[in-house]
Design a protein around this ligand. Sequence first.
Ligand SMILES: Cc1ncc(COP(=O)(O)O)c(C=O)c1O
Length: 390
Amino acid sequence: MIASVLPTYSRAPLTFVKGEGTWLIEADGRRFLDLGAGIAVNALGHAHPKLVAALTDQAGALWHTSNLYHIPQQQQLADKLVDSTFADTVFFTNSGTEACELAVKMARKFWYDKNAPQKVDIITFDGSFHGRSSAGIAAAGSEKMTKGFGPLLPGFTHLAFGDHDALSAAITETTAAIMIEPVQGEGGIRPVPDQCLKGLRDLCDEHGILLILDEVQCGIGRTGKLFAHEWAGIEPDIMMVAKGIGGGFPLGAVLATEHAASGMTAGTHGSTYGGNPLGCAVGCAVLDEVNTPEFLAEVNRKSGLLRQKLEGLVADNPDVFESVRGAGLMIGIKCKALNMDIVNAGYDTQVITVPAADNVIRLLPPLTITDDEIADAIARLDQAAKAVSA
Ligand SMILES: Cc1ncc(COP(=O)(O)O)c(C=O)c1O
């Protein structure tokens, strides 16, 4: 008999009932050090007092009105994002997938309104992940996600990650945009080098096409800047955001320049829940906390500390681990042993990591992780590695 919850997930044998900072508490009382943060979502850890206050204050006042009316919290969050980024305008969604949907629609509508309706194709890259909707799976294009779900949304060109020659050749008169994650998350924590992001920006400018960055996983302070593309000194035309921006409350956004968003006039897009008062109240609190030079400097300092200790961990366990890569507190450990064996061994040593493609385990801890917790994490990962090695 089918499970009452549609069985699309293969879940770990763990049931968490409470969270405190970097810790998750299992139903049986065991405490787990959370280096996954709900897949880069709990940017400020669990039950951060400022987020709890923002959510509960708003919950006592007003939950939902729909976008038929003005939503002050939405306006505030949009203003904060516009003030802090390349963007002139923001649309709020409930997830990264919905942000992908709008990014695709926005790029196509842009060209339609410029009397170039043939420009519908979006170039994407192997190993990318943009969500599980029809546009999201067509964008990423991997057979694992698309098999059985045809006919796929047309208009995506998939290129090998890092193949510069193929990229120049792939741009034609039907190309609308290039869509890329500055750091691939699901694909195995693969950062796009700054030079390549600059090259992509130049290429888009040269051909007059739009650059869409998917910062759903790598944004909101994760790499030590508010957004990962800032390291390369470039700006996108459109950007997808989710995960960390809600700190655990479902919230996403599409940020865009006025130019790129020019086709999205009244009636062209909408959402019942997107930008609701609860999500945006929390989003404002997250941004106020993360978007300060002091907070981001701490992310960078802790990233250095964690990276240095992880290099030692890899050196101490050469038959289990191969190398460390990533940016900020978005770190991948390429494994020699099966990544899932290490993730599972981590459950025994009470440390949470997340598997990714390319036999990588991902470390995406709360950005608020402490130095002591970093040391603790290394000890637990070392114990897990020794168990796998044995
Ligand atoms: C880069 C990227 N884009 C899009 C998504 C989809 O986001 P969501 O699961 O919130 O729909 C994800 C989720 O993992 C992601 O990592």
